[in-house]
Design a protein around this ligand. Structure first.
Ligand code: HEM
Length: 415
């Protein structure tokens, strides 16, 4: 008797798309074709690893605002299929992260920061941001060939958040690599090599910030770390874990994403010269243009939620306990929400990208990031009459979740 194995079911287009999203190193540079396949064929898709992958704007927006979904680091890691995750410092350091907490602790911690980062409070930093941009761009007044990430997109945001928190400026450069590496652990399916890099970076970051916090505890200054060391919730100080997590998260979230806004946004404009010209001709379009650039190529491509109860999403029931990956970058390109979504249009009306998320975890730094983006793009266009890309395909980082360029080589010609 001959036994013939039953043929394996053919993977669906969505299975193939998700596999490439999780494993193809070319995808972080341009995930949008993969998102299109998912939106068109299986917008609520249970992946082979167990994550539910959501790609439509309406579904993602609804889940972000829904009380039946929240945060569970453990459920997310189960979907990543990382065994024995407590061995990894990159994961354990996130246990107290604001972004992984649920109410009521989340609400209380957020209240601590709310007043510091409101649009009104942040507006006071505008002169300092202008001065920092001038300090960075004045030496380039004669133009020349530069990497825009090295000269502006990284040094501006790291200086802004570094100064607010009180992180010594001589140390800022090392954080470019450390934060890029540590965030590899929130990739949808990190490899062993990525986790090793993330863990090594986590160890360095923990040691650095523990020492800095101890120093501020001993000798407080007029900065946010000292403010958080002294802060109390219901008469109690933050735990050591909460304090270190909060400071590290604020610092990393404060620059990495904004670096990517300036880098990804400038690349998008350089690839659509008509839109660059439109913005040059009408600089007062800048606020809307920043929203459009945030939409077009979001610096946070995905976030996670866990179903706390059975949730009906589209035509599916996502069972309680399941981890969902919400593809914010795909929501922003959903043709059901935006006409001609794959084009930048700096005059587009009613752009409200999900790039800063929505609901109770809406980005606390949105006002600051928008302000930095406005100042950076305005000054670049005002000072340089021509900005040309020197490489058709600049290198991207291997991260998909925190999506940004590794380099942006340009030629600047003064106005
Ligand atoms: C273009 C720049 C930025 C982008 C695209 C961005 C994006 C995001 C996203 C998507 C989330 C929420 C994720 C979720 O719902 O799970 C978030 C949360 C957060 N962001 Fe940002 N961010 C940016 C800049 C900043 C800056 C400059 C700061 C700090 C000054 C910051 C601080 C935070 C904090 C504290 C949270 C946690 C909020 C919470 O969990 O309640 N972000 N950000």
């Amino acid at each position: 008797m001959t036994l013939t194995a039953a043929p394996l079911p053919k993977p669906s287009p969505a299975d193939v798309a998700v596999r490439s999203l999780f494993t193809d190193p070319a995808v972080p540079a341009d995930p949008y074709p993969v998102y299109r396949v998912l939106r068109d064929t299986a917008p609520v898709h249970r992946s082979m690893t167990g994550h539910w992958v959501l790609s439509r704007h309406a579904d993602i927006d609804a889940v972000l605002r829904c009380a039946g979904a929240g945060k569970s680091l453990e459920a997310f890691i189960a979907g990543q299929q990382v065994p024995d995750w407590r061995r990894h410092e990159s994961f354990t350091r996130m246990l107290d992260h604001l972004i992984w907490l649920n109410p009521p602790r989340h609400t209380r911690l957020r209240q601590l920061l709310g007043s510091v980062l409101t649009p009104r409070a942040v507006a006071r930093y505008e002169p300092q941001i202008q001065a920092r941009v001038a300090e960075l761009l004045d030496p380039l007044a004669g133009g020349g060939d530069v990497d825009l990430l090295d000269v502006l997109a990284f040094p501006l945001p790291v200086a802004v958040i570094g100064t607010m928190l009180g992180v010594p400026c001589e140390d800022w450069p090392i954080f470019r690599r450390l934060v890029r590496d540590v965030t590899l652990c929130v990739e949808p399916s990190p490899t062993a090599d990525q986790l090793a890099l993330a863990d090594a970076a986590a160890r360095e970051l923990n040691a650095y910030f523990d020492a800095l916090i101890a120093e501020r505890r001993a000798r407080p200054r007029d900065d946010m770390i000292s403010m958080l060391v002294a802060a109390e919730i219901d008469g109690e100080s933050l735990t050591e874990g909460e304090l270190s997590s909060l400071v590290q998260f604020l610092f990393g979230a404060g620059f990495e994403t904004t670096t990517n806004l300036i880098g990804n946004g400038m690349l998008a404009l350089l690839r659509q010269p008509d839109q660059l010209a439109a913005l040059r001709a009408a600089p007062d379009l800048i606020a809307g243009a920043v929203e459009e650039l945030l939409r077009f190529d979001a610096s946070v491509q995905l976030t996670m939620r866990t179903a706390f109860e059975d949730l009906t999403v589209g035509d599916h029931v996502v069972p309680a306990g399941a981890s969902m990956l919400l593809l914010l970058g795909s929501a922003n390109r959903d043709p059901a929400r935006y006409e001609d979504p794959d084009r930048v249009d700096v005059t587009r009306a009613s752009v409200r990208p999900l790039s800063f998320s929505a609901g109770i975890h809406f980005c606390l730094g949105a006002a600051l990031a928008r302000l930095e983006g406005r100042v950076a793009f305005t000054e670049l266009l005002r000072r340089f009459g021509r900005i040309e890309l020197r490489k058709d395909a600049p290198r991207w980082k291997s991260n998909l979740t925190l999506h940004g360029l590794e380099e942006l080589p340009v030629r600047l010609t003064p106005a």
